[in-house]
Design a protein around this ligand. Structure first.
Ligand code: EPZ
Length: 419
């Protein structure tokens, strides 16, 4: 398993180009299954999760070509609506093919994703949404089998809690349903909005995009289109955190400040100077130590759970004490024991973590447990004294494109060691 060796203590400075968002690219790729003619996606990041989903869709007979950051999907050769356990178990977002397959081909068999490092993460709400649209859904031998005799029927879907993937599956199912569907308590994450915009470009009729009530008037057919994936707001926030962590100054480009207002506000509270333009964000820590901040993770537009670990890392070296409350996932503090090995002072009680900043973290051998937890360890290592070895970095390759190259360009000493 590959490891990172990071020599800490250098302020990071410079410019970094942000990639397309993993969490937008995955639902967009799944939604290409709805189109009768080829779809071309641009700004698709080259990440493990993206290639897993491409493999899964290719396994259904679909023709997919990739040229740099452009991916073209032609569904005319599709010959199966089956998503096997072997692939789904490696990536939960595979469940996103359920809505499109059911809507267009009226039948789908998709493996149930298992639990994962950040919690049990059930898909019950996805299945309820499919049932509300008239599908017969059974779960047997670890597989979801959903089918409908003819088109799905428009209906009212009321999500009891905000679910990003559930909203995406409901949306991609409802667009080809007969009649109107109203999705209440819909997720408003930018990656849901991005999906809705692409569906509209394909010919779907959706009202309320960006709000928590989506009204979908079903159409009979959707066409292919060309569509660019939005910038990765979490990758953006992670590089800005690297500047905050090391007292440096980093400009992220090809991004969008409107996607991460709650995060930028926290960086300002930390004492960073944040400046923005239409497609860039710069964070200047001016060599200062950050001030600790309190925050609570909540659905968009509030503070995102996918930035919790990274801001916790900054809090570990901040002046003062910061209280963090994780409300989205039940077990998203796996990075705490690893950060503690590096000298961080963190106390966890249920969903609350209290972080008392220390002046200096120390290098230590640590282990990555999930994607964002891994990034928090990279951040800690960038600020720590000595050489940190981070094991199991395959987690980070799922969501951060060319991370060593990008960090090296910013002045970090980071090396990948194969093992
Ligand atoms: C998406 O996961 C993201 N993944 C996650 O990013 C992100 O953390 C999460 O949204 C929250 O913003 C992708 O977009 C591919 P949810 P998703 O359904 O859709 C519970 C990362 O690091 N729930 O909004 O799976 C669930 O257990 C990843 O890039 C049910 O109970 O998240 C969780 O507690 C990790 N039943 C909460 O809802 C359901 O049927 C929110 O989950 C569905 C969800």
């Amino acid at each position: 398993m590959d490891r990172f060796l990071i020599e800490g203590g250098r302020p990071l400075n410079g410019e970094v180009r942000i990639s397309g968002a993993k969490n937008a690219a995955l639902p967009l790729l799944a939604a290409t299954l709805l189109a009768s003619t080829p779809v071309t996606l641009r700004n698709v990041p080259d990440l493990k999760d993206v290639s897993t989903l491409i493999k899964l869709i290719r396994g259904m007979g679909v023709t997919i070509t990739r040229d740099g950051d452009t991916v073209t999907v032609d569904t005319s050769t599709l010959n199966s609506q089956f998503a096997p356990y072997e692939l789904v178990k490696t990536m939960r977002a595979s469940i996103l093919v359920l809505g499109p397959l059911l809507a267009r081909y009226h039948d789908a068999k998709v493996s149930l994703p298992g639990g994962c490092a950040i919690g049990s993460r059930p898909v019950d709400l996805h299945l309820k949404a499919m049932t509300a649209l008239g599908a017969e859904v059974t779960v047997e031998n670890g597989y979801v089998h959903a089918s409908v005799g003819g088109r799905l029927k428009g209906s009212r879907i009321q999500f009891e809690l905000v679910t990003v993937g559930g909203t995406q599956n409901a949306l991609t199912a409802a667009v080809l349903a007969e009649g109107t569907t109203i999705i209440d308590n819909a997720a408003r994450e930018p990656e849901v909005t991005d999906l809705a915009h692409m569906l509209v470009k394909m010919g779907a009729r959706i009202e309320g995009i960006g709000s928590d009530t989506l009204t979908v008037h079903g159409v009979e057919q959707l066409q292919g289109c060309e569509y660019p994936v939005i910038a990765d707001r979490i990758e953006t926030g992670s590089y800005l955190a690297a500047a905050a962590m090391t007292g440096g100054k980093i400009r992220t480009t090809h991004t969008d400040p409107s996607l991460l207002e709650a995060v930028l506000q926290k960086f300002e509270e930390m004492g960073a100077v944040v400046t923005t333009g239409p497609d860039w964000i710069e964070l200047d820590m001016q060599g200062k130590r950050p001030r600790a901040v309190n925050f609570r993770t909540l659905p968009h537009p509030a503070f995102p759970t996918d930035m919790q670990a990274q801001l916790m890392a900054v809090n570990t070296i901040a002046e003062g004490t910061g209280t963090i409350i994780e409300t989205i996932f039940e077990n998203r503090y796996m990075h705490v024991p690893e950060l503690s090995r590096m000298g961080a002072h963190i106390q966890v009680d249920g969903h609350t973590a209290i972080v008392s900043g220390v002046e200096q973290l120390q290098a230590a051998p640590v282990m990555a447990t999930d994607l964002r937890a891994s990034m928090s360890l990279v951040l800690a290592a960038l600020a720590a004294k000595g050489q940190t070895c981070i094991d199991r970095i395959y987690h980070i390759d799922r969501g951060y494109e060319r991370i060593e190259a990008k960090l090296t360009q910013l002045g970090a000493s980071i090396q990948r060691v194969a093992g």
